[in-house]
Design a binder for this molecule. Structure first.
Ligand code: ADP
Ligand code: GLC
Length: 470
């Protein structure tokens, strides 16, 4: 089966968050199951694109309303990825040193139109077009309604919602940028009087998936304005839990970590990684190390961190290390706390892939008190590295972590992202560090299977269920 994924991010080429990890792994696992799965993404100006070889396979122009842009389709020459990856290169709009910006309407429209213009030139059409998040949300509409893409009307389109908070809204004044369609159907673009690419994709895609079953349920009650639409379209919606790439995220072979380890050598392995972290960040190796890795945004509960860390660190019985960036007030407050808790607290404000791997390996607990977590990959990475997750019981966190106080439990769960609940959960973790079961549990969690195998199959089953209509 020929599957084309369209995405703004794909690891290792361009990554802002978990979307990249998913799109960088799912096609590989689909190919292992016999599919021919490929990715199309924008061509950015970043460290990866400047150090790898690409060749141009298509040269043309694309139109955004009255304006014409030259563009190319590039193909990456890299067998190591185990799937083909193509790039829409619109020098004027997409070739920037960032992924997202304030001009994303034009940029991602150019991406979507450039991709579809190229796809319809090919002799063989994809059997499925799989769109990820709002950046590719106009594709299902254009495939269904734009005259120039009539050839694609019979090709199933899938939307995966990785995060419904971001919807890509823009004004109807810009509707002329979308390739011509029968204006009677303009309502398929609209939600509350603006063009809403995510809503449009929910209306027009043949199937809609979210990245965990619990998030799918939660969206019916809270989806940043799209609740009623999701309830209405529920029959075509399904939650499929993300997997993790167990080749990239393997403590035994991970080239980023300080010392590799497996279930038999976990004690020495984690100790060496923790020792490196404690030296690098001036932390106390004899106390449990609680880490946070992620975007400092409201959804992750990061505005609560300064207050919570202050309360917890006063007790002087654990270390806290944070790797992340985002809201500048939160960044400032987190850094302001440092002098008061030197020796048990530190931050790295920024993005650092290597450091994140070392932290998954060296931390004792990983904190994820998210208010919203569609799936969350960090808790699955931490399990694989023998690091016990502390999570709020929502979305994908609820689907992947069971509290230690329940049968077969292995993590620390709390009910709600409130300071009291989070502090209580951290205190439970600190107490558990001295429990005789601590070492046994961290060995056991390394063996939990969150690989992509089952989910890649679930997506193929979903595509296959649409086949008779081809
Ligand atoms: P989200 O996509 O909402 O940010 P996920 O849990 O799905 O959350 O995925 C986050 C991904 O980004 C993980 O691979 C995590 O390790 C990585 N990540 C987040 N922040 C950083 C950072 N500051 N440095 C390195 N990696 C990070
Ligand atoms: C989004 C979500 C996150 C999810 C990721 C990959 O960024 O916030 O929970 O894991 O997408 O699907």
């Amino acid at each position: 089966m020929n599957i084309t994924h369209l995405s703004a991010e794909c690891y290792p080429i361009a990554k802002v968050g978990g979307l990249a990890d998913v799109v960088g792994a799912l096609p590989k696992y689909q190919n292992e199951l016999g599919a021919n799965s490929r990715v199309i993404m924008p061509f950015y100006n970043n460290a990866y694109t400047s150090t790898h070889q690409f060749h141009s396979i298509y040269n043309s122009v694309l139109n955004l309303g009255e304006t014409t842009y030259e563009y190319q389709i590039l193909k990456l020459q890299n067998e190591a990825l185990e799937f083909d990856i193509f790039f829409v290169h619109v020098p004027e709009l997409l070739f920037k040193d960032y992924v997202y910006s304030a001009e994303d309407t034009l940029r991602f429209l150019a991406f979507q139109i450039g991709a579809l213009d190229w796809i319809i030139q090919q002799d063989e059409l994809p059997e499925v077009i799989h769109c990820h998040d709002h950046h590719t949300g106009l594709v299902p509409f254009m495939m269904k309604e734009s005259y120039k893409y009539a050839k694609l009307q019979g090709v199933p389109s899938i939307l995966t919602i990785h995060n419904a908070q971001y919807q890509g809204w823009f004004s109807h004044d810009l509707v002329g940028l979308i390739p011509e369609f029968n204006f009677v159907h303009v309502g398929l673009l609209d939600w509350y009087s603006v063009i809403n690419p995510l809503a449009s994709a929910i209306k027009c895609a043949w199937r809609v998936t979210t990245v965990s079953p619990s998030y799918m349920e939660e969206l019916k009650a809270s989806a940043n304005g799209l609740e009623a639409l999701l309830r209405h379209e529920y029959a075509k919606c399904i939650g499929i839990l993300n997997g993790i790439d167990t080749e990239v995220w393997n403590p035994e072979t991970d080239s980023y970590v300080i010392k590799n380890y497996n279930i038999d050598t976990i004690a020495e392995g984690k100790e060496s990684n923790k020792a490196w972290i404690c030296k690098e960040f001036n932390l106390d190796i004899n106390k449990p190390l609680i880490a946070f890795i992620g975007r400092l945004v409201h959804e992750k509960g990061s505005d609560l961190f300064p207050g919570i860390f202050d309360t917890i660190l006063q007790q002087n019985n654990c270390n806290i290390l944070l790797l992340g960036s985002g809201n500048s007030d939160v960044e400032l407050q987190l850094n302001t706390l440092k002098p008061s808790f030197a020796g048990i607290y530190n931050t790295f404000i920024g993005y650092d892939e290597k450091l994140s791997h070392i932290i998954y390996a060296g931390a004792d607990f990983l904190l994820m008190p998210s208010r919203v977590e569609p799936c969350g990959l960090n808790q699955m990475y931490s399990l694989r590295y023998g690091t016990i997750p502390i999570v709020n019981k929502i979305g994908g966190l609820k689907d992947t972590v069971i509290d230690i106080n329940t049968p077969n439990g292995f993590g620390i769960c709390h009910d709600g992202a409130t300071p009291a609940e989070i502090c209580n959960a951290i205190n439970r973790a600190v107490a558990f560090y001295d429990d005789p079961k601590f070492t046994q549990i961290r060995r056991e969690i390394m063996t939990i299977d969150h690989s992509w195998h089952a989910s890649a199959k679930a997506y193929l089953n979903l595509y296959n269920s649409l086949k008779p209509a081809l």
